[in-house]
Design a binder for this molecule. Structure first.
Ligand code: NAD
Length: 353
């Protein structure tokens, strides 16, 4: 018999192809009459199209979302939302834009909708990471949970293949760590396994044919599941390492996840046999860590932190930060082991326990 606690999700999810046409009805169902559409500068056209779709229920766009949710951008967006009398925000984009929506909602109490266009999964979590100066802080706050998430596979077709691959592996990392989370529960375990199966099938096809709608649907389904796992159970060593590397050296988010995952799994494997068996069902191989390493290598994902701009001299500092205030982890995290793990990940070597 297992003893567990499971927290259900409050966010309404709509999934399919062409589902963005339901945005006006979904906004209306929440009582939203003045929707501000958020995006990055690169997705400003998409945001403008959503304004058109919303018609009289739109109060325009704010297209300045940036990576790691800088507080200055949030303050500007809040002032804009107040100036136009917005009663809600609709984020169209990846984790950066969804993060901006959460940060605005936290400060204003506005309702939140999102149309996710990457596999990052932030739309399903109560997690808000923000940066002020060079400091990134991450909090779990129920107030930032979204009201409605509309997944429209069609909006993911334009995500370039290399970004799709690393974004997908970023989502797989949420699923892998959910399998061995301290507070894992049977539902999160099932969702995490299903997410890994989806990405194992979908990403090789997406990498070759980014416009394959079936594979895109499979990957987006995996992203929803993996994001839900990230929102429901705690993460461990892998997420801690990526958080430190992103915050300290400004390394790119999804790419860093892609490089670190096999190494974190190699460290944790001896302490998490049930999780490793589930990873192996999705990605058969000698062991879970090498299967993940081979999978990302075949897809052309980056393998070395040095190629992402990390200085070799930063390995010691990063190891110290990982060990200090570390997250719970299935296997103890010793400074020497983290240094060895980071040294291998920096050089692009194969993972080892
Ligand atoms: P991103 O949101 O920064 O997007 C990367 C780039 O791709 C942007 O320029 C974006 O406009 C563009 N793009 C997105 N979708 C596109 C599409 N379909 N077609 C063409 N271009 C597209 O990247 P991301 O990896 O989705 O998000 C990373 C950020 O999200 C990080 O700041 C990370 O910390 C955060 N994050 C937060 C959580 C959470 O739960 N709070 C979870 C995961 C990630």
């Amino acid at each position: 018999m297992k003893t567990f606690v499971h927290r259900g999700q409050v966010t309404k999810v709509v999934f399919g192809s062409g589902t963005r046409s339901r945005i006006p009805d979904e906004a209306d169902a929440l009582g939203c009459r003045r929707v501000l559409v958020l995006s990055t500068p690169a997705q400003a056209d998409q945001a403008a199209q959503l304004c058109e779709l919303l018609g009289a229920a739109s109060v325009g766009t704010f297209a300045e979302a940036a990576p790691h949710t800088p507080v200055e951008v949030t303050q500007k967006a809040v002032a804009h939302a107040e100036a136009v009398g917005a009663d809600s925000v609709l984020a169209v984009g990846g984790g950066s834009t969804v993060g901006l929506g959460k940060a605005v909602a936290l400060r204003t109490g506005l309702r939140q909708l999102a149309l996710p266009t990457t596999y990052a999964g932030s739309e399903m979590t109560p997690i808000l990471g923000e940066t002020e100066g060079h400091r990134k802080t991450t909090r779990r706050l129920r107030e930032v949970l979204l009201d409605t998430v509309v997944y429209d596979v069609d909006l993911t077709l334009t995500l370039p293949a290399p970004i799709s691959v690393v974004s997908g592996i970023n989502a797989m990392a949420h699923a892998v760590e959910a399998l061995y989370a301290q507070d894992r529960d049977p539902v999160a375990f099932l969702m995490a396994g299903e997410a890994l199966d989806s990405f194992a099938r979908a990403l090789p096809v997406v990498a070759r044919r980014p416009d394959d709608r079936e594979a895109r649907a499979d990957a987006l389904y995996g992203a929803w599941l993996a994001g839900t796992c990230l929102g429901t159970v705690g993460m461990a060593l892998h997420h801690k390492v990526c958080h430190v590397l992103g915050g300290t050296f400004g390394l790119p988010h999804a790419e860093t996840h892609a490089v670190v995952l096999p190494h974190a799994v190699a460290h944790n494997a001896p302490a998490a046999p049930e999780a490793m068996a589930r990873v192996a069902r999705a990605l058969p191989g000698d062991d879970a860590a090498s299967a993940l390493f081979d999978f990302s290598g075949r897809l052309g994902a980056p393998r070395a932190l040095r190629d992402l701009g990390m200085p070799e001299s930063g390995i010691g500092q990063a190891a110290e930060l990982v060990v200090r205030d570390g997250y719970w982890n299935p296997r103890p995290v010793e400074p020497a082991a983290v240094r060895a793990l980071l040294t291998r990940a920096w050089a692009g070597e194969a993972p080892r326990a």
